[in-house]
Design a protein around this ligand. Sequence first.
Ligand code: PEP
Ligand code: MG
Length: 567
Amino acid sequence: MYRGIGGSAGYGVGKAVVISDVKPEYVVRTITDTDAEIKRYEDAVAVFTEKTRRMADAMKERVGEHNAEILEGHILLLNDPGMEEIIKGTISGGTCAESALESACDMFSSMFMMADDELTKQRATDVADIKLRMLKILTGVPDTNVADVPAGTILVARDLTPSMTAGIIKENVEGIITEVGGKTSHSAILARALEIPAVLSIDGIVDKVTDGMNIAVDGNNGICIIDPTVEEIAEYVGKKREWLVQKETLKVFMGKETVTADGKAVSLYGNIGKPEDAEQVKSCDGEGIGLFRTEFLFMGASQLPSEDQQFEAYRKAAEIMEGKEVIIRTLDVGGDKDIPYLGLAKEDNPFLGFRAVRYCLANEASYRVQLRALLRASAYGHIKIMVPLVTCVDEIRAVKAMVEVIKKEFDAAGIPYDKDIQVGVMIETPAAALIADLLAKEADFFSIGTNDLTQYTMAVDRGNAKVAYLYSAYNPAVLRSMKYIIESANKAGIMVGMCGEAAADPLLIPLLISFGLNEFSVSATSVLATRAVINKWTKEEADLLAEKALSLATEKEVMELLKSSVR
Ligand code: PEP
Ligand code: MG
């Protein structure tokens, strides 16, 4: 049994098809007719662009616009003027197109790999994908055709590149296993969109598998078994059947109100990273957007997005949601989210450093651009502004003051905006939790970011595997914190939501109901499952469980209690 990261939920059993990403061989030549070589390169780019565009169109039809954008991004990246200049410049110096392309791609790849955040690192995979496909076009080696694999296939690859994933016929692929990639890697995103179980990040798996081997995949727990026994095959086939029945059962919650078993309504929203993701939230029956992580907009660009670019993005999300609430978080840079062109200095303790609202308030000019874009977009839907990583009242006051100044400017200039726009606070630090009563007097709403709240409360780096045993929202310290935040908001009469991963945790949901949480914001694919769990608990039952949980001293005891009470 091999353990990796569960990148896409579900179970599958099938026969391996190993996808090779071996680079085609070529001889490095010195070129004398460099114009002809540049023309050969340009022809290859044209073929690449045409092929990729066709794959993107096919993808758009099968899994939606957002996923096709990954492939469209490849076209942009290859046609990027900087990239083009370097490659053509190298060819002009007498290097053959293959070698010029390869060295430019390798340079961009290592630049992206040096970044701290997963998203920028992901671009290195994109560049590697482009390089491999371009080299195949230039050398005339045929491309891997994932579209031809037979029914019942488990795809095994070092990394499943977006161009490979684009060819997948969903009905033929039982599972995906890769050596690299995390939950937010493109292969994971695409696997989820195709609803194919995937286990990522299993070191050296490609060398352990040969074509035709039986494999069982468990995308829920990030496990795969090579050469499973007859019993194991039966077990996984059974799990798959159960999983599909469960998924089908959840469909009855489509279009239903989100209510507890005793009829108390709560809001159930979705988290997004790009405006287009709102489409998926809507199709999964999310009732609004509880967290729009705007940093992805900034990470995907090579310079600060302009006011108009931001306005368009925020307006798009608001319009897709057709008047439903869209909570947009202002730039949450720093910590594990680097934006190279901001030129932030390396810090010894980036999670405790110059990040999020601290950075924004120190860079008022660029923060104003974001706030102006948000206010302009608020005329097109129901936007709320949310401020991340707040630790003191001064910060929310400063942001609100900036918003007020912009409102006056807009009034004077006759620019439309939502005059009742709310400005809320993301509660994700122990400092904010401890002064939740004071913040509740200043903020229009709260949203609890349990990913960071757990990290800061437990003083445990959320990405450090060595201390991961401490990173759990079941810790009594985190539970007490959540309870106090929610009660403070309720007392002050402001809305309190949760947009961290804990909001979708079936074990924690009854406690959140008991504490009085008003809004749950989860990933699009968790909307129906969350609605189903909320629907199983009455307030009275949830209160009883919460009382017991809060009387326990250790994380383990809490987890055992919650596990034994799960419905
Ligand atoms: C959180 O901290 O819980 C949160 C939702 O924000 P992020 O995961 O983007 O830090
Ligand atoms: Mg956070």
